[in-house]
Design a protein around this ligand. Structure first.
Ligand code: SAH
Ligand code: SF4
Ligand code: F3S
Length: 438
């Protein structure tokens, strides 16, 4: 028997930054309903598993997590499955895991309180609608924040890369309004945020009208946020190469608070594979963008995403991916083995690559990317730079922050969380830097 009158909740997020943002908004929503946050699932009357469907491993994890929620006395909390698995699998989830009380998709989570009420009455509550009304207008105002905050400005994807579930789990591309975004940014800054990361599945496809009715792109939004007092840093993620406008590239050289970091996934370095992926850019067009961005902002750090073992990828085609990595020289990157996702065109393609071949390709790619990341980190040693202090380190007096290039910097300081301090970088490892306050 589950808990029928939850007073405490815990939200566990498994996915991308937007999934983390959604998790924070669901927590705010439940708090506005008078519930309080518990630090762990084991202490909560309601557990929200905020899931990710992008790769098989991520999607399967939710089922083992559900199993683990059973308490020693045989009881369990009220269980809600939210996020992209909820959207993709819907009613299949309670069929496979009967202890699930609520299933709620990423475009319907503003209705979570109603779903909890229905679950309290013993009903199994499912909502995977993509309603016309925006969940954003129904969500309560932003609450207490740390020094860094996410802000969703664009959701959904119309690109339909052949391997990807996002267009199905998040729906069509939608941009939030200029006013809604600026209002939320102000609220975040009022609650202590000094850095805002603008989020979207295709964040650079954001489009809107400013208060004077002029059409604006993401660069216009960055320029408006640049004028927001109290905000120190602006970031955005994730961008698609095809939406990398001249205006946005120029903004990297002109907008002071826009950080010198660009996450621009290429996925593969081979044009046949890119075409089969329906990426609608080529290696040449990608490299041309990188060149223009570097002209605008020479010290910019480039990050990317890669998939190895896309169906039909040959050894020679994989070698092309290593070549583009050499050509770009990444500061940081994420790389994945292709995972066939139900309902996507690539899952039906011939030439699925064996697991051991994918393993070997991934190892080689990651070795190269790690080498580049270490070299990038080492190149900052001896430099003075600003660091935004974000969290406590393990040692007493140690704080951890981020450099403009998104590197973690550890330092001993009597400054406080949320401070922007001048630091000299004294040493570098593969994943972090050590600094001394300058
Ligand atoms: N909207 C973003 C990222 C979406 S998902 C973009 O277009 O860049 C994040 C990353 O997961 C993708 O960039 C891709 O590298 C990876 N990914 C997506 N689907 C995948 C799949 N089926 N198998 C392996 N990796 C995948
Ligand atoms: Fe997925 Fe491609 Fe859309 Fe990114 S652009 S979310 S990889 S379909
Ligand atoms: Fe995962 Fe959905 Fe994000 S599938 S990567 S949580 S958009």
């Amino acid at each position: 028997m589950n808990d029928r009158n939850p007073k405490t909740f815990h939200v566990k997020s498994f996915g991308c930054q937007m999934n983390v943002y959604d998790g924070a908004r669901m927590a705010e929503l439940l708090e506005a309903e008078g519930m309080s946050a518990a630090a762990e699932s084991a202490e909560a009357d309601l557990v929200v598993l905020n899931t990710c469907h992008i790769r098989e491993k991520a999607a399967e994890k939710v089922y083992s997590d559900i199993g683990r929620l059973k308490r020693e006395d045989g009881s369990r909390p009220m269980i809600a499955v939210a996020g992209c698995v909820a959207q993709a699998e819907g009613a299949e989830i309670p069929r496979r895991a009967p202890s699930v009380d609520i299933v709620v998709g990423p475009q319907a989570y503003h209705r979570l309180p109603e779903l909890v009420t229905r679950a309290k009455a013993g009903e199994r509550a499912l909502d995977t609608d993509m309603p016309i009304e925006s969940k954003f207008t129904a969500l309560p105002a932003r609450r207490k924040q740390g020094p860094t905050a996410f802000l969703t400005v664009q959701e959904g994807c119309d690109k339909f890369c052949t391997y990807c579930v996002v267009p199905y789990t998040r729906g069509a591309e939608v941009s939030r309004s200029w006013a809604a975004i600026l209002d939320e940014a102000k609220a975040l800054v009022d609650h202590g945020a000094r850095e805002i990361t603008l989020l979207g599945q295709n964040v650079n496809a954001w489009e809107g009208e400013d208060e004077k009715g002029r059409t604006q792109g993401l660069d216009g939004l960055a320029r408006a946020l640049d004028r927001l007092p109290g905000l120190e840093r602006i970031r955005y993620t994730t961008s698609h190469p095809n939406d990398m406008t001249e205006g946005l590239i120029r903004a990297h050289g002109e907008v002071e608070k826009l950080m010198p970091f660009l996450h621009l996934p290429v996925q593969s370095g081979n044009d046949r594979v890119l075409k089969a992926m329906n990426r609608s850019h080529t290696t040449a067009s990608y490299l041309a963008i990188i060149e223009r961005v570097r002209e605008a902002r020479p010290d910019i750090a480039i990050s990317g995403d890669f998939i190895v073992g896309f169906p039909g990828e040959t050894d020679a085609e994989f070698e092309d991916t290593l070549k583009i990595v050499e050509a770009v020289n990444y500061a940081q990157a994420y790389s994945f083995k292709y995972s066939a996702r139900p309902g996507t065109p690539a899952a039906e393609m011939d030439g699925q690559v064996p697991a051991d071949v994918m393993d070997e390709r991934l190892q080689r790619l990651q070795a190269l990317l790690n080498e580049q990341q270490l070299a990038f980190n080492r190149a900052t040693v001896g430099r003075r730079t600003s660091v935004l202090l974000e969290r406590l380190g393990k040692k007493p007096g140690q704080l951890i922050g981020k450099s403009p290039w998104l590197q973690s910097v550890h330092l001993e300081t009597d400054a406080s969380l949320g401070d922007l301090v001048e630091v000299e970088i004294v040493s570098a490892g593969p994943n972090s830097l050590a600094g001394a306050q300058a």
